[in-house]
Ligand binder design. Structure first.
Ligand SMILES: Nc1ncnc2c1ncn2[C@@H]1O[C@H](COP(=O)(O)OP(=O)(O)OP(=O)(O)O)[C@@H](O)[C@H]1O
Ligand SMILES: [Mg+2]
Length: 442
């Protein structure tokens, strides 16, 4: 059973205007059945649903889900509640546009640490009449189909309760009936709460209709009493697998290929310049160094000697420092733009139950892949140049020994620091707000 006790929520806008969205709501909800919440626009329906779904916190009052007090839960426990117990269908879908239907729906399971079984996926998609759309992208389907993806995402994990915010608002009457019949079927075993504008629909499908006006319950109408069952106890075990996090991490880079290529070229360039400057500084310290013996390259020696006329050691050191600053600047700008662009995605991940760690596990791959790519490319380019590729690329590999500290240092700055930036930027976005405000911010 779910008990709402004196639930109150007031929003304050940036200009300081206060709106009381919910005012001392008291309600008991059973374990099964289909409950409609009706009310005018702005009456507080979505607010109520968001609180029930653990997407936002009440100012005062309590929500007891099978005796567990949501308001007393820490962030992590609320993540687990959203991940395992709640299936949420949003008014504006909140699906990830460049993920396929399968990925959008499967993500809910993967966040629970499960793998996507093809049969379960097919059955679920069939329920919402999307079985031929498994590999379509989120931005290649209609509004109604997006809505059905969102419903499938909520259904596939068989949650303790399903919360739907105007699930048929974007559908034609045939499809709406189909969806309502489906939710009705599910409501025999699960509690389904439907926010709606449509009293007719509520009368046809609802077991109970709760009317909300100005944040208060104005009427509570029981239509049909369904037999209460003992609610299922969900185990909050299992977390996003590494393989899934890599898959979704790489996904993030796909839609912005050009940006990634330009950034990694810039990064490669600055790493390469610092490689070469490093070699030059090495030469200044040790003009007869082994490198030139190995390379047998009088030409390189001549260039380096010639350079001495223009580039003093102090200048070279400043330049090398400059290239590192440039490098970090590029990483920072790219990653902060990227996180900014992905706030919506981040909100969706959180809304369907990702923990902070899961979001980080997915987001960090972007930084790592960019770092690894630029590091390998720059090392290859710089060393191929130094090693005089035509002659003795393989013989000359011992030259790596000479540069090991520099290679390690570059590895460090191209892997560790971008990851650190990414973690910082992501956590900063996660820290500020409740899940619902992250979603609304985007
Ligand atoms: N983030 C917010 N900041 C300020 N006010 C808000 C915010 N979110 C909601 N409100 C206000 O709280 C009240 C309840 O909003 P809510 O979204 O719950 O309404 P609703 O019943 O779902 O409306 P609709 O049917 O239009 O979706 C409204 O007056 C709304 O303007
Ligand atoms: Mg609403």
């Amino acid at each position: 059973m779910i008990e709402l006790i004196d639930l109150t929520k007031t929003y304050t806008t940036r200009l300081g205007v206060k709106t009381q969205a919910l005012d001392s709501i008291r309600l008991n909800l059973p374990d099964v059945g289909m409950i409609f919440v009706l009310g005018k626009s702005g009456s507080g329906k979505s607010t109520l649903l968001n609180l029930l779904g653990g997407l936002d916190r009440a100012d005062s009052g309590r929500i007891l889900v099978d005796g567990m007090d949501l308001s007393a839960k820490k962030g992590k426990e609320l993540d687990a509640y959203r991940c395992h117990d709640v299936g949420f269908v949003f008014q504006d879908f909140n699906i990830i546009e460049h993920y396929t239907v399968r990925e959008n729906v499967g993500l809910a399971l993967e966040l629970q640490g499960k793998t996507i079984e093809s049969k379960l996926m097919r059955n679920t998609l069939e329920l919402v009449d999307l079985k031929d759309f498994e590999n379509r992208k989120g931005n290649e389907v209609s509004g109604g189909q997006k809505q059905r993806i969102a419903i499938a995402r909520a259904l596939i994990k068989r949650p303790r309760l399903i919360l739907t915010d105007e699930p048929t608002g974007n559908l034609d009457s045939n499809t709406s009936d189909q969806i309502m019949n489906l939710l009705k079927e599910i409501s025999k075993e699960t509690l389904v709460v439907v926010v709606s504008h449509d009293p007719e629909e509520a009368k046809v499908f609802g077991d109970r209709i709760i009317y909300i006006k100005d944040g208060r319950i104005s009427k509570d109408e029981l239509i049909h009493v369904s037999e209460d069952k003992l609610s299922k106890v969900h185990e909050h075990k299992g977390f996003l697998k590494l393989s899934s996090s890599i898959k979704y991490g790489i996904h993030a880079l796909r839609p912005k290929r050009l940006q990634v290529i330009m950034t990694s070229l810039l990064l490669t360039f600055s790493l390469m310049v610092s490689n070469l400057l490093g070699a030059y500084l090495h030469f200044l310290n040790d003009p007869d160094m082994r490198l030139f013996e190995i390379l047998d390259s009088e030409q390189i020696k001549a260039i380096a000697t010639d350079l001495q006329g223009y580039l003093t050691q102090a200048h070279a050191e400043v330049l090398i420092l400059g290239t590192y600053v440039l490098l970090l600047g590029i990483f920072y700008v790219f990653l902060s733009i990227s996180v900014e662009q992905r706030i919506k995605q981040l909100g969706i991940f959180k809304a369907i139950g990702a923990r902070h760690q899961d979001v980080l596990k997915i987001f960090i791959w972007e930084a790592l892949l960019l770092g690894i790519g630029s590091f390998i490319l720059s090392s290859l380019v710089a060393y191929a140049y130094l090693l005089d590729i035509n002659k003795k690329f393989y013989d000359g590999l011992s030259v790596l020994g000479l540069y090991l500290p520099q290679i390690l240092f570059h590895g460090y700055i191209s892997l560790f620091l971008p990851s650190l930036f990414m973690v910082g930027l992501t956590l900063n976005t996660l820290r500020k707000n409740s899940v619902i405000s992250i979603l609304k911010e985007s």
